[in-house]
Design a protein around this ligand. Structure first.
Ligand code: UD1
Ligand code: CA
Length: 455
């Protein structure tokens, strides 16, 4: 599908006033990625020579959002129309190249859909069109009696008969750069909107004897442009619907395909089950037989085979090995590694720590900056005091240590293998291996003590 002579121009200078936003339209997110990012990904998949973005409103902000990408940025200072926008990019494009025009606010177009269009564009002139039940607002494709495309008429310039045409211009087109350069130089703006219409090049091509060939997307959603927040929300649902379908095709069970959100990429093993309202963000890898309960959020993490994540748990930048059980209501923060068959229960927060094989932190604990061995049992309410107000310190807990409930481990501190810590202890110095260490006041009873009474 790639072509070394292909240049992609993404038009993205429009204002997007209907978004009513300080954020430039193309930076509004679809599945947590800016609209323009989706278009760049599609362009990238075609392996072109150059990707040129024509920007205008909010330009600096848009450029900054993609500063790590290999892109050519061309400013269109005044938005004088789509033809004028493309013209700004032409100095960057060689005559012998093929030129593909994409829109920065049409995020769901797939590279596969463009393959035929590009082939047509390399031969003559390729135009991506679609039939819509309600074509209002779009440029109409006018064909002659042999069904050959003769021109595009913008809605505002169309008579009643032309407006009845339901085949519309998606705006996506592809053709040779040399010809396009000539046509653009001949554009005029004597139309209802006083704009230089890129669409006028279609009639010019036909007059030059270059047939305009059309191809079509699988669904209208693929070529839907975003002009308002309602449209963005609708497209988000469609995007998520397609991702849910894809997951199910890959062997994932979804208890309700309408209540799952994928904001990134997901790799899944066999027989994964996702309950309702699961959100997967960034790069998530799920092994075989993973079960994720309702309301869980998983971000940039790797979850091993046979892991069960119970309801309302949040996992970010973590690695969970096979057979682990997490939650409900657990929070696993960045830099955490849970070895196989570990258990992390309710109201437990773990950050930047390694929990060894089979170790358990079952209730109400904070474990931060800790290296924990195998077979450790952390009692309810245990806190690692890892922060002294200025610096973070590590806690080391040896294999098979037993930490009594409500213990504070004041880091830096080490608990040896097979050590036992008595409940309610504040441990400020290393606790030796194999011994019982505790720090607590002696229990006493005060006889005949009387409760205070209200004065
Ligand atoms: C355009 C097409 C119309 C088509 C419709 C599909 C023209 C004249 N009309 O309509 O046939 O049905 O798209 O959505 O081409 N842009 C710039 N600079 C400008 C103007 C626009 O960069 O001066 C960019 C916008 O950011 C957007 C794209 O071009 O990404 C299309 O602009 P928009 O105003 O949405 O298109 P229409 O003129 O409504
Ligand atoms: Ca539009």
């Amino acid at each position: 599908m790639s072509s070394s002579r292909l240049d992609v121009v993404i038009l993205a200078a429009g204002q997007g006033t209907r978004m009513k936003s300080n954020l430039p339209k193309v930076l509004h997110p679809l599945a947590a990625r800016p609209l323009l990012g989706h278009v760049i990904d599609t362009a990238r998949a075609l392996n072109p020579k150059k990707i040129i973005v024509v920007y205008g409103h909010g330009g600096e902000q848009v450029k900054a959002a993609f500063r790590d990408e290999d892109l050519l940025w061309i400013e269109q200072a005044e938005q004088l129309g789509t033809g004028h926008a493309l013209e700004q990019a032409m100095p960057e494009i060689a005559d012998e190249d093929t030129l593909l025009v994409l829109y920065g606010d049409v995020p769901m177009l797939r590279a596969e859909t463009l393959a035929e269009l590009i082939r047509q564009g390399e031969e003559t002139f390729g135009l991506l069109t679609v039939h819509l039940d309600d074509p209002a607002g779009y440029g109409r494709i006018v064909r002659d009696s042999h069904a050959a495309v003769v021109r595009i008429v913008e809605e505002k310039d169309a008579d009643a008969e032309t407006r009845r045409i339901t085949e519309i211009n998606t705006g996506i087109l592809c053709t040779g750069a040399a010809k396009m350069r000539q046509w653009l130089s001949r554009l005029e703006n004597n139309n209802k909107q006083g704009e230089f219409y890129l669409t006028d090049t279609i009639e010019m091509a036909v007059k030059d004897g270059i047939p305009v060939q059309t191809s079509h997307p699988d669904s209208p959603a693929e070529v839907a442009g975003i002009n308002s927040r309602e449209q963005l929300a609708e497209l988000e649902r469609e995007y998520q619907r397609l991702q849910a379908l894809q997951l199910m095709q890959n062997g994932v069970s979804l208890l309700d395909p309408r209540r799952i959100d994928i904001r990134g990429s997901v790799e899944t093993g066999q027989d994964v089950t996702l309950d309702v309202n699961v959100v997967l963000s960034g790069k998530v890898v799920l092994g075989d037989n993973v079960v994720i309960g309702p309301g869980c959020v998983i971000i940039d993490s790797e979850i091993g085979d046979n892991v069960e994540i119970k309801p309302m748990s949040v996992i970010e930048q973590a690695k969970i090995a096979s057979g682990a059980q997490i939650g409900p209501f657990a929070r696993i923060r960045p830099g955490t590694e849970l070895a196989s068959n570990t258990r992390v229960g309710n109201f437990v927060e773990i950050k930047n720590s390694r929990v060894g094989e089979g170790s358990k932190v079952n209730h109400l604990s904070y474990v931060g900056d800790t290296t924990m061995g195998e077979g450790v049992n952390i009692g309810a309410g245990t806190i690692t005091c890892n922060y002294d107000g200025a610096n973070k310190h590590r806690t080391i807990i040896g294999d098979r240590a037993f930490i009594g409930s409500d213990t504070q481990l004041v880091a830096p501190v080490e608990v040896g293998a097979d050590a036992t810590i008595g409940a309610g202890s504040t441990i400020t110095r290393d606790a030796p291996a194999g011994e019982l260490t505790l720090s607590r006041g002696k229990q006493k009873t005060i006889k005949n003590w009387e409760r205070p009474v209200k004065k």
